[in-house]
Design a protein around this ligand. Structure first.
Ligand code: BGC
Length: 759
């Protein structure tokens, strides 16, 4: 008989199963060598885990049934549990992915708190565009540190759903259309947060790829698409990132709500992947007590039932209309009744409480003295926000080296309502009250000082349905004509205000975009300005692809700036004037028009056969560039695309085959006059497969920083996963022997060198 209690034994197995090197995201030799945990440290970690399990066993013996139930549901908008008698604190959560949200108050009323304005980091797709996992870690560290300072235990991010349609209102929070890029960025982010003593919460698991009908849409997809595209980011978060908590999504998956979906939660997440952390519901995503008890939901979060369900349902949860709001949650009174009636449910309840306590021990919640204090609004945090923006801004087009602009230019016209708009409070739950936010216009003014004259014209009005405004266009044209250079800052927009979301939000939670067009009559504006002054650069802000086909051919310079955070204006000016050499690369394809994008081409968005409550992902594994490259559809801007002010030369590849692996080595040289960084991307193409596979798939990358004339050797390692596909009949990953082409390039459509390997 083992001396280790059964629960602890299960945990030990899970811990061993999940053990991977901390910064597994990094591709470089140096990082993998330095981060392999020493055997001694690993043994100590195992011992600490076992000691925690023993303490949890002890607490479980002391907790009454009622107290256990009190721990598994919210007691106010962002807090849960708390058993004073035993010194168990409440769990304090907060959004969100790119900053600590302003205080909402216990009853969701919002509070006036002068001290909740913090660091506003760039949004998820800006971070992903850096293709720099080390920045993922830096980003997470800022977030974790500010969350710790604000007394939060769990920060509700990162959001990593696959960008399937350009219309998803929440794409700005997410990272990419590619599961490999997501996996590499998410691991650093999570470790960054958790190294500050705060838990990350990866969300929204799973298949939450649209906002329209997010509460009731039922998603169907092949097992292969699920395994190859929609799950790998979550798997990496669990097995490589060691994420402490995960959020179940609102939507249904194959007929059952994702949050209490036995397949997703019990079989895949907790079973196959060995996740021993905490599953939190999205706010109001639980719909059934029995399913939640049995199918893996550990903690039901939510808020005012009238917000969640449209009206207060007196029969929801406990069905007791005299009970308090939170007692009527599905995992409150109703769960208590259920467990009292059916004792076989008690071990399931214990497991939920165990998972909550595990997270508490991992972050020293039961021993406040050991918690990190965190830091708030430090210059270092602001510098990280700026660095991510600088590396995330993408130079899409630069005809005749129009950019960088010269500071010696005498007059600039800055045009566009986005040039003066602050975005921190936009978008929904990821809103941040920023300590300050440098808008594009302010960034340009600061960069130029009194050196040049800047005139500003808004050019358009932000309001949904707003058509081109002739007067504003005329004003903008006059300003552009009178200036040496015009800088248009346009694109999409965030909503600020819950009551106005549907009016002006194009990148916001709860809504998808109506189309992919430039809103508010910007096509007319941009065409008129380009005609008035060809020396014009167009800067796009927004959470993803937008249709620029009406004028992209005429514009000399196009820059994608996303929502670049509190230092966004500074970063943008530094990129435009060449103080920073752009190195961002698109983490998603920009189609020419919406109909080119696979889900839309197949008529699968926003409904299946006219039923908006059903989504069948007919495009299967052909999402993003996997579709565009396989079916030879030319994109406006390709996945992985991003220009630089210098040029890079790719040397020939050396391929060293392993048993089920390969190592690719090449030299990359900066052949231009300024320092710069290149993201060297390695795509794999399966030459002969028994299933239809995408033309190419990203399987490794490395960002190299090079001085003018400097060359570096890049080593990219491909393990067995780089060659496998998911075999639905065998229900497993399969590596089919044969020849694989190895394509190395500067984007998915700019392959510079090629090699092959036979496995
Ligand atoms: C969102 C989550 C968020 C939660 C709490 C939900 O509506 O989907 O991403 O963390 O609210 O604000």
């Amino acid at each position: 008989m083992s001396l280790i209690p059964p629960s602890a034994r299960a945990l030990l197995m899970a811990a061993l199963f999940c053990a991977t090197s901390p910064l597994a995201s990094a591709q470089t030799k140096s990082t993998s060598a330095t981060t392999r945990p020493a055997a001694g440290a690993a043994a100590n970690a195992q011992q600490a885990l076992l000691a925690n399990e023993a303490k949890i066993d002890q607490l479980l013996r002391q907790l009454t049934l009622e107290e256990k139930i009190a721990m598994i549901h919210a007691n106010s908008a962002f807090a849960a549990g708390g058993i004073k008698r035993l010194g168990i604190p409440e769990v304090m959560t907060s959004d969100g992915p790119h900053g600590v949200r302003p205080e909402q108050g216990r009853d969701w009323k919002g509070v006036k708190d002068a001290n909740d304005a913090g660091t506003y980091l760039p949004t998820g797709n800006t971070l992903a565009s850096t293709w720099n996992p080390a920045l993922g870690y830096a980003f997470g560290s800022v977030l974790g540190s500010e969350a710790a300072f604000r007394g939060k235990d769990i920060i509700l991010g990162p959001g990593i759903n696959i960008i399937r349609t350009p219309l998803n209102g929440r794409n700005f929070e997410y990272l990419s259309e590619d599961p490999y890029l997501i996996s590499k960025m998410v691991v650093g982010y999570i470790k960054g947060v958790q190294d500050q003593g705060v838990s990350a919460c990866v969300k929204h698991y799973a298949a939450n790829n649209q906002e329209e009908h997010r509460n009731d849409v039922d998603v169907y997809m092949s097992e292969r698409a699920l395994r190859e595209l929609y799950l790998p980011g979550f798997k990496a978060a669990v097995q490589e990132g060691g994420v402490h908590t995960l959020m179940g999504s609102y939507n249904k998956f194959r007929g059952t709500y994702a949050t209490h979906n036995a397949y997703l939660m019990n079989q895949v997440l907790k079973g196959e992947w060995g996740f021993n952390g905490l599953v939190i519901s999205d706010w109001g995503s639980v719909h059934d007590t029995q399913e939640a008890l049995r199918n893996g939901t550990d903690l039901e979060m939510g808020t005012d039932l009238s917000l969640m369900y449209g009206s207060v349902d007196q029969t929801a949860g406990g069905g007791n209309s005299t009970a308090s709001l939170y007692d009527r949650f599905f995992l409150a009174n109703a769960a208590l009744d259920a467990v009292k009636k059916d004792k076989s449910l008690e071990p399931l309840l214990d497991d939920k409480v165990r998972r909550i306590l595990r997270v508490m021990y991992k972050t020293n919640m039961l021993d406040g003295a050991k918690r990190k204090a965190g830091a708030y609004n430090t210059p270092e945090h602001q510098a990280t926000a700026r660095k991510v923006a600088e590396e995330g801004i993408v130079l899409l087009k630069n005809e005749g080296n129009f950019l960088p602009l010269k500071k010696t230019t005498k007059t600039f016209a800055v045009i566009g309502a986005n040039a003066t708009r602050e975005n921190a409070m936009g978008g929904g739950s990821s809103q941040v009250k920023a300590k300050y936010e440098i808008t594009p216009l302010q960034g340009l003014q600061k960069a130029l000082g009194s050196q040049a004259k800047i005139t500003y014209a808004p050019g358009y009005t932000i309001a949904r349905g707003q058509k081109a405004d002739a007067q504003l266009i005329q004003q903008a044209v006059a300003a552009a004509k009178a200036a040496d250079v015009a800088i248009i800052v346009g694109g999409s927009t965030h909503g600020y205000d819950y009551s106005k979301w549907s009016d002006n939000a194009y990148d916001a939670e709860g809504f998808d975009k109506p189309d992919m067009k430039m809103p508010f009559g910007q096509d007319e504006l941009i065409q008129a300005v380009l005609k008035a002054n060809p020396n014009t650069v167009v800067v796009l802000m927004g959470g993803g692809p937008i249709d620029v086909s009406a004028w992209a051919g005429q514009a000399k310079g196009i820059v994608e700036a996303w929502y670049p955070g509190m230092e966004g204006g500074t970063a943008l000016a530094r990129v435009l004037f060449g103080d920073v050499n752009p190195s961002g690369k698109l983490p998603m394809t920009f189609p020419v028009k919406l109909e080119d994008s696979p889900a839309h081409k197949l008529g699968e968005y926003p409904s299946t056969a006219g039923n908006p409550l059903k989504q069948t992902y007919k495009e299967d594994v052909f999402v993003g560039y996997r579709y565009f490259d396989t079916y030879k559809v030319a994109p406006q801007f390709a996945f992985g695309h991003g220009l630089s002010y210098t040029t890079f030369e790719y040397g020939k590849l050396t391929v060293k085959p392993g048993t089920q692996s390969a190592t690719v080595t090449l030299s990359v040289r900066n052949t231009g006059k300024v320092a710069g960084a290149e993201v060297v991307q390695l795509y794999v193409h399966d030459e002969q497969a028994s299933v239809k596979r995408p033309e190419k798939e990203l399987k490794a990358f490395e960002k190299v920083f090079l001085k003018p004339g400097e060359a570096k050797t890049v080593t990219l390692t491909l393990g067995p996963d780089a060659f496998r596909y998911y075999d639905e009949a065998k229900k497993q990953w399969v590596l089919e022997p044969g020849k694989f082409s190895l394509l190395v390039g500067s984007s998915s459509r700019d392959i510079r060198q090629q090699g092959e390997v036979k496995l």
